[in-house]
Design a protein around this ligand. Sequence first.
Ligand code: C5P
Ligand code: MG
Length: 168
Amino acid sequence: MSTPPARPLPYRVGFGEDAHRLAPGRPLVLGGVTIPGAEHGAVAHSDGDAALHALADALLSGLALGDIGQYFPDTAAEWQGMDSRLILARALALVRERGYAPGNVALVITLDRPKLGPLRAEIARSLAALLGLPESDVGVSFKTSEGLAPAHVQARATVLLLRAAGEP
Ligand code: C5P
Ligand code: MG
């Protein structure tokens, strides 16, 4: 990255967003959880986990580190079908290298079908484990598009970054 290092504020906020088109015959993966019974899944270069992509972008944006497309170009054959947990892990490592750690996270997934409410705890647990946070610091909300985008999944995430004690 050519931008100057982010100022060492005690708290920094990050925001990220991602969307994918949905098509039949693919798994639907959200927050590292494969959604059982989904009749369609994301059309994507990677596994299409919009929630993890939004969250990874939120982590990077909090320190003005750009976005995941710069680290994982979707033209690179090596990333074909890749597990997005690796994308999140890379973003988290970049944040930690700079002396920050996630404080709490808020995630909103917009999807018409299926209903995700019954999987809320499982998705929160999965995200918490990936981020090294207690489950109670991961807020997960769901919205429909009210029928406006039935073949579409979208995720938005905010994250609070905390500067580690002892960092300059
Ligand atoms: O978007 P809307 O306001 O219609 O969502 C109503 C409820 O449906 C919310 O409580 C939300 O958590 C839930 N929901 C869900 N799974 C989705 C979309 C919405 O459980 N895919
Ligand atoms: Mg509504």
